[in-house]
Design a protein around this ligand. Sequence first.
Ligand code: PLP
Length: 375
Amino acid sequence: MRPMPILKPIRERLLLGPGPSNAPASVLEAMSRPLLGHLDPEFLALVDRVKEGLRTVFSTANPMTLPLSATGSAGMEAAIVNLIEPGDRIVVGVNGVFGGRMAEVARRAGAEVTTVEARWGTALDPQAMAEAIRRVTPRVVSFVHAETSTGVCQPVDDIARSAREAGALVVLDCVTSLAGRPVELDAWGIDAAYSGTQKCLSCSPGLSPVSFSERALERVKTRTRPVQSWYLDLSLLASYFAGAKRVYHHTAPISAIYGLAAGLDRVLEEGLPARFARHTAAGRRLVAGLEPLGFEPLVAETDRLPMLTSVRLPARLRERGEANVRARLLDEFDIEVGGGLGPLAGEIWRIGLMGENARPEVVDRLLEALRKVLA
Ligand code: PLP
């Protein structure tokens, strides 16, 4: 008897949750190309071009900018475990799930963690961060640029300046912002940043673009103990990703890197300013269309992310059970939107317009479906 196939036909959904977003045909085509060996000169040359493309989207000259072979969470771990040794002090801004995770990762790395909290749905107060930084004199200050759990965009400049004035290294989570909002690592003075490929880059999940400054690399060199994660140790990763002679560290995920190359080509062809403007316009169109249906934005307009809109739900939607309505959107309209996390579970929806999906026709398709399910 022939075994039942494991892989079956897969429906095409419109992915308007907090990620992944839909990948364009060029990315899917690139991922289906024949494999090369990870030490093949042709593949190594492609990796170098991907690193260059990532430097452009991160706005940095950092040579140590590369696609880490794991999801955004590994980028977060890599930033923390390379820069922190047990006993080091870190100040972490927490105004949502992902700031909380950074604090947890730092705790597990043995850091003395000071958190500066802000109400979910609001930005961190740069003054409160500056005070904590002066009081604690940490080795590292970390926070999230685009908090996907709430839809808040964090202004970076002031906090990064306070950190640098105190001699601290700055870690920035750019998972949801990269390629959808300006990310200016060098102008802001960021020492370690990480992202994910499944959000505004519109590639498949599985890679974490990361970038480390010279100051960060200096810090890694002067560690007294080896990085506790062998896989994420920057000095070992450098043996494959940097330098004249490339040697095996782990087997690079070939197809995912092809996909990222195609995704970066699309971003650079469009141009970053045009891409940012497209995200801004789509986010505005969505909010303008949701308000008449009774949805209320969670986040004040000044702090709102364009690629992730969080909205409080109208009474008629709650009455039907918000999860039931999301299930109907998925089953009947093939549209995925996200629910709330943590204290906002059941309270809000999170609607992503990331990368390829930040387009007026996508917004209109969602609004049309919502009008039908709420009728
Ligand atoms: N940081 C932020 C802001 C995120 O939105 C996410 C994922 O949604 C992560 C980190 C973790 O990334 P991943 O799920 O790719 O591991």
